[in-house]
Design a protein around this ligand. Structure first.
Ligand code: PPE
Length: 307
């Protein structure tokens, strides 16, 4: 998806013009993939842009950093403010927000402890991740021949930059095969997640999602959906699933900051349910979009208004 520049990028404590947010080719993370990041959305509300679950995202960034022993040279509150400042400076009513902590320029060789740690926050407008059509009518997915990495190879508990090469291999295979997105199984053969989304099924009126131990990222949209479902009397449980559980589910959808709540209409060329977004998927979408727009008071604590 082509990037639309915004006004300013927050780099190591300062807002700099978009075009000046440049780094050296010998940036350590570019070569070795060390670094952690977040994906957050700011939504348009009546009270101006509001960032969805900002402090939860920043907390996850610090947990990811802990796993890789990256000492972030700013406090969580400073990064919360950095995100708000960058969104405010953009003047955009809604946008995607990408904080990234990376190893910078000045050291080469694998020892990450020697490299300087840099932090940036970039915002830009980002529409429907899997397409407007996908958001409304559902996407077509394929179980990938690429497995999600084992937790003792690359920890799925962290949102590390380099681990997305695994997702990219799966995405390539899916796109080249004519599908919208890939589903990844873990080394044991259970469903883990999609390349950049968590996955849910609906069976007999209950929501089911793979446990984190299956190799799913601790998704903030996943958590939001689980809370929304419980609050609306929809039973939710975590359970390991085989790919056939996906084929036979009444409804399937994927969740993520970028993908939001995207229905799945086909998996491995089998129609899911009726082939149309089902009633529970639609209900969750409806409540989710009302919440992010600031229309549901009960969930107002999930919104961080930038002004
Ligand atoms: N699993 C993976 C592997 C993942 O990357 C994401 C987010 C999720 C699940 C959902 O997590 P959450 O956003 O907290 O609900 N993927 C981000 C990356 C998108 C990109 O292509 O870049 C995102 O949605 O922002």
């Amino acid at each position: 998806m082509p990037v639309t520049p915004s006004e300013k990028v927050w780099m190591d404590g300062k807002l700099v013009p978009w075009g000046e947010a440049k780094i050296h080719v010998l940036t350590h993370s570019l070569h070795y993939g060390g670094g952690v990041f977040e994906g957050i959305r700011a939504y348009e509300t009546k009270r101006g842009p509001a960032i969805f679950r900002l402090s939860d995202h920043i907390a996850r960034l610090y947990r990811s950093a802990k796993i890789f022993m990256i000492d972030i040279p700013f406090s969580p509150d400073e990064l919360v403010d950095a995100c708000k400042d960058t969104v405010r400076a953009s003047g955009l009513p809604s946008c995607y927000v990408r904080p990234i902590v990376y190893m910078g320029y000045g050291e080469m060789g694998l020892n990450p402890l020697l490299a300087p740690i840099n932090v940036a926050v970039v915002v830009w407008p980002w529409g429907a991740y899997l397409g407007d059509e996908g958001l409304t009518h559902g996407v077509r997915m394929k179980v990938s021949s690429w497995r999600r990495h084992d937790p003792n190879i690359i920890p799925p508990a962290a949102k590390g930059t380099g681990q997305y090469v695994n997702s990219q291999l799966a995405k390539l295979e899916a796109i080249k095969g004519g599908y919208d997105e890939a589903i990844m199984l873990n080394p044991e053969g259970f469903v883990a997640e999609a390349t950049g989304e968590n996955i849910f099924t609906v069976v007999d009126g209950s929501l089911i999602t793979p446990p984190l131990s299956a190799g799913a990222l601790v998704g903030i949209t996943r958590d939001s959906v689980m809370k929304i479902a419980s609050d609306h009397g929809i039973p939710v449980r975590e359970s390991n699933m085989h790919r056939t559980d996906l084929y036979l589910a009444d409804e399937v959808f994927v969740t993520g900051t970028a993908a939001e709540i995207t229905p799945v209409r086909e998996i491995d060329d089998r129609t899911v349910g009726t082939g149309q977004p089902g009633p529970i998927t639609k209900k969750i979408q409806e409540v989710f979009y009302a919440i992010v727009k600031g229309e549901v008071e009960k969930y107002d604590e999930w919104l961080d208004y930038v002004s």
